[in-house]
Design a protein around this ligand. Sequence first.
Ligand SMILES: *Cc1c(COP(=O)(O)O)cnc(C)c1O
Length: 431
Amino acid sequence: MRQEQHGNGELWESLLRLSDESEELVKNSFRAIDRIAERNQWKVIEAFKRHQVSDFHFAGSTGYGYNDRGREVLDLVYADVFGAEAALVRPHFASGTHTISCALFGVLRPGDELLYVTGRPYDTLHKVIGKPGDGKGSLQDWGVTYNEVPLLEEGGLDWAGIEAAITDRTKVIGVQRSRGYDWRASFTVAEIGEIVKRVKAVKSDVIIFVDNCYGEFTELLEPTEVGVDLMAGSLIKNPGGGLAETGGYIAGTRESVEAASYRLTAPGIGGEVGAMLGTLRSMYQGLFLAPHLVGQAVKGSVFAAALFERLGFESKPKWHEPRTDLIQAVRFGKAEHLIAFVQGIQQAAAVDAHVVPEPWDMPGYENPVIMAAGTFIQGGSLELSADAPIREPYIAYMQGGLTYAHAKYGVLIALKKLVESGLIVIKPYIP
Ligand SMILES: *Cc1c(COP(=O)(O)O)cnc(C)c1O
């Protein structure tokens, strides 16, 4: 490493030393992550083989997009990989929130109730759920009622509370797999399977919906393989494999996916129309790459947890805890630490490293948010990125890294910025 690249050479030596120690500590976790990535890689390839994916599937259609075989086969491949009856994978989903909104509006009707059992959902969904009479066409504006069961103090599921909250009107049970911007645990696929079992024992015809954002390919199974009826995610997160330029997916039972497709386009049209333009190759190739890239990103998260835990910061999950999503939360306690960390991650990017992120009022979020997003795909967060709402206790949420090396250096450069700003002191390395 050229000294002038990293300025203070002694400091950089100390950071590399800390980094080596952290990697040594996590080596068994890394091996386990590699095993998951390999098995998911093969799962994806098998689905491609089964559906005889060919070069002509990548061509893309125009206009109405009738009989776009590439689109139809992509749906089948996704359904297979996720162990679901059906899937709808489209560039026409503008974001994860739009995808989730289509799924929920697809299956809920006035008078039904949506019950979230994993506490308060992700910030951007608050306005999808809305308020009665908000005039915005939100779920509650349309007469769908909403209830949520908060997580227990220690972040666990309140089983008694969940069972008590299920009523005749409960139509959809909402589950958020990933922590989002919350200092809580994410829910593993096994835990989601337990939710399915317990909830269906109380009410068998309820639709279990999972917001699967950031979860795909971090484990061997997906929620739809343990009885979940409907799930949704973003293609500029895990399953797009860094290549999909936009879009989302919905997977689940044939009936639920069809209902969602009528929200995306129009009743009677559903998934049969929709030109894929030039998006198909990147969606297929991104899905092919996704298991590996997710593995790289998860390693980056484990490394960051190990490093910051050594320095006395609290992290969630801890480095040795099981992973079910990409997100690594680190609690900084002070706004200036948080901002320096996020700015440091940006400095390590290949794209827009010269830009200094500042907190801003982002649409759909309730506090100012600062984001490091030096990415090839705007806001793509399988790429190394960090976001944080500027609110106590000043927690940074970092995720992604298309290569482990990028995630690792990103974290080290962020740490260096904290040290150089005089916010953290680390022991000098004495050879
Ligand atoms: C990212 C995310 C969303 C929303 O996706 P956008 O693409 O930002 O609209 C919803 N839920 C969770 C848990 C997420 O991580």
